[in-house]
Design a protein around this ligand. Structure first.
Ligand code: SF4
Length: 485
């Protein structure tokens, strides 16, 4: 669960890291997970190899799960870590990661970011083969599938080629197979994963900011369908079948990733500034000041200001010191949460025509409250809302917790109807074309499924977008998407 304002933004699953070094790695895993904390706040875990795989997992934030003694007890020069927000499987300790599993050649531990679309079929087939499951997570299906393949020949790399051939969906993985760290990015590269170097260790992580913050060096993003094997001396790489296009999740640039990360060659902050610039070109308005929704609309507001010439004013102040609010089931409680988190600078906004900028709208309840705060407590004359993401109308099946159409305020409503619901004087969403231009990736290399309802992989009952579906790039050896193990 996220805190305050962010509690009503969609959440990602998850942040992952793996390190192979010559010194114990638990400390760098711990700090890496803290840097990736924005990608998941429900649980955290670390697994290291020290003659055998030793793991510690717990519910809560990284610093709540691990005490100094825990880190010191996790001795081992190779290891992986995970922070989680659930998208499949409930928020319980059994679903926390890394998930461990015995294989015929020794223990395996897995950390996963993404969602496996066909996990129910794969799980049923494994159960028929006698595999038992401890959790409801699709990530456990992945690790048992790998163990099942390893049991065939004992050849780990062959097993990786085989087990990935039946996975459909989004998966960035780090694996500890006995004493070796592997990382895998799915054939469409939906979720981010990159490799770098820290203190003479080789590291894979969800976002490049891990290398910057820990004094290391970012080397590159993993390619679509790439598997890397880390050692203290470097990494080896091989690739599984992959199409000529990718399907990077546009939401990573729009909202999820940290602004100081570089994802697939694009600095997130710069992409968000370009989003704001496009937004100003598409939706100009007579206004006095640009006000960002903190923190999510800040870079986009800078872009809007640059393109429009209107000054950016921090008209809303966020209380960063309020305790996390874990359970806010009732609408009234949600409103209190927003009030606790935000307060307007009355002298800055009173009597002003405000261009309020945020990254995206999902339910619309939070932004409605923010508009009301600006008007009622701040005395704003007009509030014109500008949103740096086209209307979200369809669920995500690839790793973001947006699962049902009825939660989206834009679903079945016109822009004017949404503006009326929110109480804004006007509303402008960035267009899909504007978003693609700002992200500087070709349309065919992006997943836009929650905007268009067309997905880059086959999902029962949903449309596949008009590029090659997953099966068509498969080699003759590669199994069709629906093949059972
Ligand atoms: S459906 Fe939306 S949130 Fe999900 S992967 Fe695609 S772009 Fe990202």
């Amino acid at each position: 669960m996220r805190d305050g304002l962010d509690a009503f933004k969609p959440t990602d699953k998850c942040g992952i890291i793996g390190i192979a070094g010559r010194e114990p790695v638990a400390s760098n895993l711990y700090y890496g997970l803290r840097i990736l904390q924005h990608r998941g706040q429900e649980s955290a875990g670390i697994a290291v190899y020290d003659g055998e795989i030793k793991a510690r997992r717990g519910m809560g934030l990284v610093h709540e799960v691990f005490a100094q003694d825990d880190i010191e007890a996790l001795r081992g020069n190779v290891g992986i870590g995970h922070v989680r927000y659930s998208t499949t499987g409930s928020s319980v300790l059994e679903n926390a990661q890394p998930i461990t599993c015995q294989s015929s050649i020794g223990d395996i531990a897995l950390a996963h970011n993404g969602d496996i679309v066909n996990s129910a079929d794969l799980k049923a087939e494994l159960q028929r083969k006698g595999w038992g499951f401890m959790s409801s997570s699709d990530s456990e299906v992945i690790v048992r599938l790998l163990a099942n393949e390893i049991a065939q020949t004992g050849d780990v790399e062959r097993a990786m080629r085989e087990f990935t051939s039946v996975l459909v969906g989004a998966y960035s993985l780090v694996l500890l197979v006995k004493d070796t760290v592997y990382a895998i990015r799915d054939p469409l590269a939906v979720r981010p994963l990159c490799v770098g170097e820290i203190d003479g260790s080789y590291v894979v992580a969800s976002e490049s900011v891990v290398f910057d913050t820990l004094g290391g060096k970012f080397i590159r993003d993993l390619k679509a369908g790439e598997i890397v094997k880390l050692s203290p001396d470097g990494f080896q790489s091989f690739r599984i079948p992959h199409p000529s296009h990718t399907a990077h999740c546009m939401f990573e640039w729009v909202y999820f990733s940290r602004p100081d990360s570089v994802l697939d060659g694009r600095l997130v902050y710069d992409a968000r500034v370009r989003v704001g610039q496009e937004l100003a070109r598409e939706h100009p308005v007579e206004g006095d000041i640009v006000v960002p929704v903190p923190e999510s609309g800040r870079a986009q507001a800078q872009g809007y200001s640059r393109a429009s010439g209107l000054p950016v004013i921090e008209g809303l102040i966020k209380n960063r010191y309020i305790e996390r609010t874990f359970i806010m089931p009732e609408p009234t409680d949600r409103e209190i949460s927003v009030l606790l988190k935000l307060n307007p600078i009355r002298s800055a906004v009173k009597g002003k025509r405000i261009v309020l900028v945020d990254d995206s709208i999902v339910r619309g309840t939070t932004i409605k409250k923010i508009v009301r705060i600006l008007r009622d407590a701040g005395g704003a004359k007009e509030v014109h809302l500008r949103i740096g993401c086209p209307p979200i109308r369809a669920p995500c099946f690839l790793g973001i917790d947006m699962k049902t159409r009825d939660q989206f305020i834009a679903n079945g409503r016109t822009v004017e109807e949404v503006a009326t619901f929110i109480g804004a004087d006007s509303l402008g969403y960035l267009s899909i074309q504007g978003l693609i231009k700002a992200l500087k990736h070709p349309r065919d290399d992006l997943c836009l499924g929650c905007l268009t309802g067309e997905y880059p992989v086959e999902i029962p009952g949903e449309k596949v977008r008009g590029v090659k579906p997953l099966e068509t790039f498969a080699t003759a050896k590669r199994a069709p998407a629906a093949r059972k193990v």
